[in-house]
Each structure stands twice: as C-alpha cells, then as structure tokens.
Design a protein around this ligand. Structure first.
Ligand code: SF4
Length: 247
C-alpha cells in the first residue's frame, strides 16, 4: 500500500471470481512469509492441550503452562485424567483463566478416555464428519478450538477461522455483514482443495499477517496484501488517506 500512501493509486489485481481471489490471497501470503511450521508441539496430545490453553491468551503464556505440565510429568491422557482439577489449574496458571481452562482440559481428557481409551491415534482414526460434532459437544470447546485440534492435532483438512481471518477478509471485501464462523469457513473450503498442508499453512499465514500487519491500526505499507484489493478501512487514519486517493 506504500504506492497509495505516497500519492500513487496502486494497480490492484483483477479477479474473475471469489475462488481466484482467495487462491491469490493465499499465494501472496505464502510467497511473502513462507512456511510457518505450525503447530508447535511434540505430540498430538500436546497440540490439543495447547489449542485449549491458547483461548484468550498469547502463545508465550501457553508455552510456559505446557512446560510446567511437562516438568510435572503429567502431559499424558492418563496423568491428566488422574490429576485433581485444582492441581491442574495451579500448573497451567501462566495461561490465564486457569480454573476455567483446567475444567475444559478435564472435559476433553474425559471424552478422550471414555470414547477413545485415551488414545489420540484412535481419535485421529475417526472420520472428520463424526469428530467435529463430538468435539463441539464438549463443554468449553468452540468452533475455533475444535477445528484447531482437528487440523493440527488430528491432521484433518479443515479451515480454522479466527478474529484475524475475519478482520483481513472483511477489510478486503471477501465477507460482508455480521461475523459468521461457518460462513467464512465454507467460503474458503469451497475455494481451495482439501489439502492438509495447505489448510495448516493458510491459517498460520493469516495469523502471521494479523499479528504483523493487519492490526486494529493496519500497517498496510508493510503488508504482503497491499495491492491485493483496496482495503475497506475508512474509519482508520490510513483508510481515510487511502479512500481519498481512491475516489
Ligand atoms: S494491513 Fe492493510 S493491506 Fe494488509 S491485510 Fe490489513 S487492510 Fe489489507
């Protein structure tokens, strides 16, 4: 967007349809940032635990909490099941909301033990169509957490939507109206093939873009999506400047 801010109107890309637009968005991010290597975690269970702990906090706090679980020797389904909730809460304290999150972890582990004998491999062997509703039925597991577990812990090709995704897509006119998790997910899944590596990278790349560039005050001048399509951010200072140049 540097060209627009310096006074020249950028040559925005032209697309024949929504699919082309989403594919192009993915490629622009991939070319700029490269592979993100998500999700950090030594085992599928650790990834699932991280997905639950990362709700409403940053990853550094989650990493601290997971490290404490490892040092205490309780990062296994059997050990987490046996651990009293208060002790679990104390161990995951760095992740914040530790009493609530301890309850959510316990709910997930109870489901894993009761339905899949505590085995993440058995869980991963079940079909996606069965797993998603099962995960969503666990108290405290919403769509973003369920889909993160499916995509990164269980290797199921599904698109994870988060606040960054919604912000980037809405600022580029890819979605309109009120936030709809399923609507945005369906839009992307219709545009791209069900390729596991692609879905894993796409979500990670959108998070990277949201953290580095598409913040509440957007940094369009350093964003790989500058020139993708005019951002609809007229309420911000940058947006006002852009809007004035785009008339
Ligand atoms: S920072 Fe600007 S160019 Fe980048 S995604 Fe956000 S609105 Fe688009």
């Amino acid at each position: 967007m540097a060209a627009a801010l310096s006074g020249r109107r950028p040559a925005y890309r032209k697309f024949r349809n929504m699919q082309e637009k989403i594919v192009d968005l993915y490629h622009l991010l991939w070319q700029h940032f490269g592979p993100q290597g998500w999700w950090p975690g030594e085992t599928p269970l650790e990834v699932a635990v991280g997905a639950i702990l990362t709700q409403n906090t940053n990853w550094q706090n989650v990493a601290l909490a997971i490290d404490r679980l490892k040092k205490a020797g309780v990062l296994s389904a059997a050990a987490l099941m046996a651990l009293p909730a208060a002790e679990l809460a104390a161990l995951i304290r760095p992740a914040g909301y530790y009493n609530i999150k301890a309850g959510r972890l316990k709910n997930f582990i109870t489901y894993l033990m009761e339905k899949y004998q505590g085995s993440m491999a058995k869980l991963a062997a079940a079909p996606l169509a069965r797993l998603r509703p099962e995960l969503l039925a666990i108290k405290g597991i919403g769509p973003e957490t369920a889909d993160s577990i499916l995509l990164y812990a269980l290797d199921k090709p599904i698109f994870v939507v988060d606040a960054y995704t919604h912000r980037i897509f809405s600022r580029h006119g890819l979605t309109a109206g009120p936030y709809s998790y399923e609507g945005l997910q369906a839009l992307c899944q219709a545009a791209l093939p069900p390729d596991l590596a692609l879905w894993q990278e796409f979500h990670a790349l959108l998070v990277r873009t949201g953290k580095d560039c598409c913040r509440p005050r957007p940094r369009c001048e350093s964003c790989p999506l500058a020139g993708f399509s005019p951002p609809l951010i007229s309420s911000s200072a940058v947006g006002k400047k852009l809007a004035a140049q785009l008339i």
